[in-house]
Ligand binder design. Structure first.
Ligand code: SAH
Length: 362
């Protein structure tokens, strides 16, 4: 059984697992669906009004509904983007960002506390990995934000703190929980997963044929540059990563997104754009029929520790125009929540010290 501090971790459970747990309490199976529906609407044990007081007491003794607490909430005056700093049961904090797009409300969630991947431009990885998030903690971010905002969230991007494919089993469990029609009912077609490129896990994910949009954090067009900013490239070269992308498309038929962070003077010249177009075409298509891809250009968010600076607007436009002129579909990511530091990892960094003191006290 899934547990948290010796109690049943109800929010990490699917309906069959909840049924099994309820049987151990001598309760009928049908209660599982009721409890599942309540939890996924952000309601804890006390609010489950259609189950008896006696059962609620029993649940308090034996189980937890592990929803995060809102430690801090910043609302953008520019576009209504909401950034949450969520508190976890052990005093750790993670970030999630709620965004309003024309195609629906979207939440960007974290997958780990910290990150082990070591990308040089990224704030989330500076202190390394603290721990992976459990299914309840992945799901809890969506539930808590939806409950707080009072509007349905229809899309999820796993682009917050951490590497979702480094937390593979819990991520897969989360995907099945969040897609359950008895709960939030957000299907794979409405979920994007961003990865720095764990090739073995991309292949495993492809086998699940889930219709998730895969976003690859590429950030460079050649191995030397990529290895200098992303340590994962020492394990799998760009060609191996693009091979895995081709296999993912072959199984799922889903367009693949590539994220490319523009760093002034490092990877943002038109020459680099030409190199990127060449690398993508060579690596992905290998002379066979092209399939749809998209490049997201992100001017780097400056992180004090990295020393990298943002490309000029001119350089960004030139880069984007060059890619498009070479037949590579590229857009510059619209920056939401510019006034609330909405890029992930930065608020947590600022709060980390306080949170660590809290953990030390406990
Ligand atoms: N670990 C996953 C998801 C988390 S990061 C991944 O690597 O994809 C989400 C995206 O933000 C990634 O493309 C990441 O490379 C990018 N990113 C991280 N720090 C950034 C920064 N300072 N400026 C711009 N993009 C950044």
């Amino acid at each position: 059984m899934l547990t948290l501090n010796g109690k049943a971790d109800l929010l990490s459970m699917n309906i069959p697992e909840l049924e099994e747990f309820l049987i151990t309490l001598g309760e009928p199976k049908y209660r599982a669906k009721q409890i599942f529906a309540w939890m996924h609407r952000g309601v804890g044990i006390d609010g489950m009004t259609d189950i008896s007081k006696k059962l609620r007491e029993k649940l308090h003794e034996t189980a937890v509904v592990d929803l995060p607490t809102i430690e801090e909430k910043l609302v953008s005056k520019l576009d209504g983007t909401v950034k949450y700093l969520f508190g976890l049961h052990d005093g750790n904090v993670i970030e999630s960002v709620f965004m309003r797009y024309k195609h629906g409300n979207t939440i960007c969630i974290s997958s780990e506390v910290g990150c082990p991947m070591g990308c040089k431009f990224c704030a989330s990885t500076i202190g390394g990995l603290v721990r992976k998030l459990r299914p309840a903690e992945l799901l809890g971010q969506v539930i808590a934000a939806e409950h707080d905002i009072g509007e349905r969230i229809s899309n999820i991007v796993m682009m917050g703190i951490g590497e979702p494919l480094d937390n593979y089993d819990n991520t897969l469990k989360f995907l099945s929980l969040v897609g359950d029609p008895a709960g939030l009912n957000i299907g794979s077609r409405h979920i994007s997963l961003s990865t720095c490129g764990l090739v073995d896990k991309i292949d495993e994910l492809a086998k699940c044929d889930l219709q998730i949009t895969l976003s690859i954090s590429l950030h460079a067009a050649d191995d030397e540059t990529r290895s200098s900013i992303m340590p994962i490239n020492n394990k799998w070269k760009i060609s191996e990563l693009l091979d895995a992308c081709r296999r993912y498309f072959a199984v799922t038929g889903r367009r693949i997104s590539f994220e490319y962070t523009l760093i002034a003077g490092k990877n943002d010249s038109p020459e680099y754009a030409r190199r990127l177009a060449h690398t993508l075409k060579q690596g992905l298509y290998r002379g066979s029929k092209p399939f749809p891809i998209h490049v997201n250009l992100i001017p780097v968010n400056e992180v004090e520790e990295s020393g990298f600076s943002r490309s000029s607007n001119d350089a960004v436009k030139r880069f984007s125009d060059t890619l498009n002129s070479l037949g590579v579909n590229a857009t510059v990511r619209r920056k939401l929540g510019g006034d609330i530091n909405a890029s992930c990892g930065q608020l947590r960094r600022a709060k980390l010290k306080a949170a660590q003191e809290k953990i030390a006290e406990n």
